[in-house]
Ligand binder design. Sequence first.
Ligand SMILES: NC(=O)c1ccc[n+]([C@@H]2O[C@H](COP(=O)([O-])OP(=O)(O)OC[C@H]3O[C@@H](n4cnc5c(N)ncnc54)[C@H](OP(=O)(O)O)[C@@H]3O)[C@@H](O)[C@H]2O)c1
Length: 306
Amino acid sequence: MSVTLPDELKFIQNARAPQNISTASLDGKVCVITGTTSGIGLVTAHRLAAFKAHLVMIVRNREKGEHLQKEIKEKYNTECDLFIADFSRFEDVRNVAAGLKENYEKIDVLILNAGTFLQRKQFTDEGIEKVFHVNHLSPFLLIGLLKDKLIHSAPARVLTVNSEGHRFSRTLVEDLEWKRHLYTGLRSYGNAKTAQLLCMQKFSHLFEGTGVTINSMHPGEVKSNIGNENSGAYRFYSKHILSHFLKDPRRSAEAIHYLVADDRVLGVSGKFFNLTIEEVPAKHARDAVMMEKVWKKSCELTHLNL
Ligand SMILES: NC(=O)c1ccc[n+]([C@@H]2O[C@H](COP(=O)([O-])OP(=O)(O)OC[C@H]3O[C@@H](n4cnc5c(N)ncnc54)[C@H](OP(=O)(O)O)[C@@H]3O)[C@@H](O)[C@H]2O)c1
């Protein structure tokens, strides 16, 4: 007997549903991707290179980045460039955006993948809660700074690697310092991912009619190093217990490839996908009033005038 779940619970079914897969070539396409030194980003870098992308990787660890760059160039005989930026520093993001604008005639694909999960509250040098800074504000800043470049490159596709974790919390834009709310890892993660989803929809309005599309996706529950910046106890739990329930990150890479390259997604914008299946985000991640509030706050904190 098949059960029809309400839209907001479809993610349970979608996680088990057969996924779309693409063999679309990325030959001649400049594909910028953040966070390729581990987990989903690492496997995705390999997949995009295997499909002939001109890869531009943005990583925070130079040594790991250079090692990967060498490996990819040798293995796929393709162009692979490297930029260094810590996404907990706006200055790094601004420098990378300037470098991208200067070095590339066009950007065909921009994938915002780098992210973190922190059980304990931390603040960046800019005084911003770190998960919100790394997972939402820095990607927001990069998209904003590259807006004109992307429009000039049209057709171009932007994809943010978001999460079903957005369902764990509405965005707490009125208390980003967590003075009035109890901080937990899941709530801060949900806060940042919800903010990103709301802003993705607003960006899609901004890009309307330009040939630039923007979407967000949940990459599945897969094995990676996420959470490794937490205590030894969390890392032990993650490695020895949680990981047994997680899948191979190649399914995330296949989904990302499909979303940024396949004709079936051509012209689709402002949507959330569970891997490759379009899905309705949580109600709080579609709230028009909250969308304006988060957008305004994100512009203010990143000093963007969009
Ligand atoms: N794994 C899952 O099941 C899952 C589920 C839902 C959503 N996601 C999302 O998927 C994305 C990738 O995560 P993952 O699971 O692949 O985790 P991961 O293995 O920890 O990879 C995260 C990547 O982001 C980079 N990164 C972290 N903090 C950074 C910072 N401050 N500045 C620049 N780069 C930074 C890491 O660099 P280093 O190598 O230097 O640490 C790494 O390359 C994240 O956005 C995450 O929220 C993952």
